[in-house]
Design a protein around this ligand. Structure first.
Ligand code: HEC
Ligand code: HEC
Length: 347
């Protein structure tokens, strides 16, 4: 009896605690469910059933994005009005006709300034887990602060300068108020450019067709190359929908890439510049290999000029192996199949 009454007393204490915990769990799972639904609205993939289960997944065939924002963002992306002296647009360094890059080892910005970094492609940038080589931006919206306010890139205007400048254009003023109730604001400028960049996804690559079950979509050489890509261990870093773009890794695990190359710069410190943590020295976002045949030169330093050289260096410094030429050629055959389509045409 004594036991039972103490149990009852305990229950009186525990039941409210349990109910409280239950309430928290319910709220958390509802929030999660809502986030999932929001993502699935953004990335509404038509076919989620894959016939082949692989560590690489296809790019959605269709995304649900606001066409008016894409159009406005496209205009802004190509307009040098966003630079201090009207000479440089986002497209100067990220040409849509050049795989989303500028083809230079290091991008050249305002008045010929050397940015000291290779410009990554803007294609599929909406899917990256972080932006920039050192991953310092969490979203496309946040990333845009970089080029706009960096002296060396677009001349270092402040956002209020940009808003003032755009507000003088009746066309922009009209376009903005048609879409955004608040008209031209820095948030709305960033939003339009970001939505345009999210529209730069490249589905329907031969490899994606293969993943969706079309065995004949890629050649026997490409299949062999993919097999090597997995067996050498490239896949441990380059994986997921983008074949990269979802983790940070050190450049130079099996050797000192930087000592061998020489002339170490601040940009070579990679993620260390963001965190000041010694473990982040020479750590970079693993780049996506989607459309990689179109985006030479390679790495954050634009040092390897060809895919061939990039893969050799990857073997040496990331895997500690000397990859024979015939395997490199087969891996390139596989990488070619990652070239997708933009607006229904091959990139
Ligand atoms: C002067 C050349 C230049 C201009 C102009 C420029 N960029 Fe870039 N962009 C770069 C370079 C270089 C990087 C890499 C920066 C880094 O990693 O710190 C980059 C990085 C990016 C990334 C990150 C991609 C990734 O995979 O992480 C995006 C997105 C981007 N730029 C969009 C833009 C937009 C939008 C504009 C215009 C507002 C713009 N860029 C203007 C050179 C440029
Ligand atoms: C331990 C992780 C890791 C492994 C394993 C790895 N990579 Fe990389 N890869 C990276 C990182 C990090 C970079 C970026 C280096 C930089 O920014 O300078 C990169 C860059 C590249 C690039 C250049 C892409 C660009 O746009 O600049 C190619 C191509 C590439 N890797 C292919 C491969 C291949 C092929 C293999 C296997 C033989 C491989 N990688 C293995 C981490 C890895």
């Amino acid at each position: 009896m004594v036991r039972l009454s103490s149990l009852r007393r305990n229950l009186r204490i525990y039941i409210p605690v349990l109910l409280f915990l239950l309430a928290i769990i319910t709220v958390l799972s509802i929030t999660q469910l809502r986030e999932q639904t929001e993502n699935s609205i953004l990335y509404s993939d038509v076919d989620t059933v894959l016939l082949v289960a692989e560590p690489i997944t296809p790019i959605p065939l269709q995304l649900d994005l606001d066409a008016r924002k894409i159009e406005l963002g496209d205009r802004l992306f190509h307009d040098p009005i966003l630079s201090s002296n009207d000479t440089i647009s986002c497209a100067s360094c990220h040409s849509i006709d050049r795989g989303g890059t500028d083809g230079l080892s290091a991008s050249v910005g305002m008045l010929g300034a050397n940015t000291g970094l290779n410009s990554p492609t803007v294609f599929n940038s909406g899917f990256h887990f972080r932006l920039n080589w050192d991953g310092r931006a969490a979203t496309l919206e946040e990333q845009i602060d970089g080029p706009i306010t960096a002296e060396k890139e677009m001349g270092g205007m402040s956002w209020s300068d940009v808003v003032d400048k755009l507000s003088q254009s009746p066309e922009y003023a009209n376009s903005f108020t048609e879409i955004y109730p608040e008209g031209i604001t820095s948030d709305n400028i960033k939003n339009a450019i970001a939505v345009f960049q999210r529209s730069l996804y490249t589905p329907n690559a031969a490899f994606d067709k293969y993943l969706r079950g079309d065995e004949a979509a890629i050649s026997a050489e490409a299949k062999e190359g993919y097999s090597l890509f997995k067996s050498y261990g490239c896949i441990t870093c380059h994986q997921g929908m983008l074949v990269g773009g979802n983790m940070f890794q050190t450049l130079g695990i099996f050797g000192d890439y930087f000592a061998d190359r020489g002339q170490v710069t601040k940009a070579d410190l990679g993620r260390y510049n963001v965190t000041q943590d010694d473990r982040d020295r020479h750590v970079f976002k693993v780049p996506s290999l989607r459309n990689v045949t179109l985006t030479s030169p390679y790495f954050h330093d634009g040092n390897p000029q060809t895919l061939d050289q990039a893969i050799k260096l990857m073997g040496k410094y990331q895997l500690g192996v000397d990859i024979p030429q015939q395997d490199i050629d087969l891996i390139i055959e596989f990488l070619r199949t990652l070239q997708g389509e933009y607006q229904g045409k091959p990139l």
